[in-house]
Design a binder for this molecule. Structure first.
Ligand SMILES: Cc1cc2nc3c(=O)[nH]c(=O)nc-3n(C[C@H](O)[C@H](O)[C@H](O)COP(=O)(O)O)c2cc1C
Length: 162
C-alpha cells in the first residue's frame, strides 16, 4: 500500500458540465449519421483528436483490455480502424470477436459508446495508400476533409459492426 494522496487539484476538482442536453426528437434514426454529425461538431469544437476512440476488447485471460485507436472509416458496416495483426488486440479479437469503443469529445462534454462484432476488412480495402498518407496529415491537423472516409481502410483494418 502506498500513502500517496491525490493532490487537492485532483481530489477537489469540480467542473460544471453544462451541456446542451439531448432531445430524442433531434437524434437521427441512423446511429452512424448521428455519429457523423457529432464528429463534425467535435472538429468544430477543436477536439484534439476527434477520431480517437478507446477500443475495449476481451483479453486472452478473460479480463477487459482497452487502448486508443483511430477511426479510419465509417459506413453502413460500422466504424473502421486499422491495427497490426500481430498486436495483442488482434489476437484477442480472433478469440473474442466483439468489442466496445468510446469516443470522448470532452470539449463538448460528450461521449459516444458503441458495441458490436469486429470483422476484418477485405484485403483491397485494407491496402489503401491514400489512407496511409492521410494518416500522417491527420496527426498534424484534424479537419473535416480528413473525416473517416466512406468504406476506406488500411492493411489490417477491422470493422466494428453493431
Ligand atoms: C493517439 C493515439 C492513437 C493511436 N492509434 C492507434 C491506431 O489507430 N491503431 C493501433 O493499432 N494503435 C494505435 N495506437 C496505439 C494503441 O493505443 C496501442 O498502444 C497499440 O495498438 C498496442 O495495443 P495492444 O497491445 O492492445 O494491441 C494509438 C495510440 C495513441 C496514443
Amino acid at each position: 500500500m502506498t500513502d500517496w494522496q491525490p493532490p487537492s487539484s485532483l481530489r477537489d476538482r469540480r467542473i460544471e458540465y453544462e451541456t446542451a442536453g439531448l432531445d430524442v426528437a433531434d437524434v437521427d434514426p441512423d446511429p452512424l449519421e448521428q455519429w457523423r454529425r457529432w464528429f463534425d461538431e467535435a472538429i468544430d469544437a477543436g477536439a484534439t483528436e476527434p477520431s480517437a476512440m478507446v477500443l475495449s476488447t476481451t483479453g486472452l485471460d478473460g479480463n477487459p483490455d482497452a487502448r486508443i485507436v483511430l477511426a479510419r472509416a465509417a459506413d453502413d458496416r460500422g466504424l473502421g480502424f486499422y491495427t497490426n495483426y500481430e498486436s495483442a488486440k488482434s489476437r484477442q479479437i480472433v478469440v473474442s470477436p466483439t468489442a466496445a469503443a468510446t469516443f470522448s469529445w470532452l470539449e463538448l462534454h460528450r461521449q459516444v459508446r458503441l458495441r458490436g462484432r469486429v470483422e476484418a476488412m477485405s484485403d483491397a480495402e485494407s491496402d489503401d495508400d491514400d489512407l496511409r498518407r492521410a494518416e500522417k496529415a491527420d496527426r498534424v491537423q484534424p479537419s473535416r476533409s480528413r473525416r473517416p472516409r466512406k468504406g476506406s481502410g488500411r492493411r489490417c483494418g477491422q470493422w466494428i459492426t453493431s
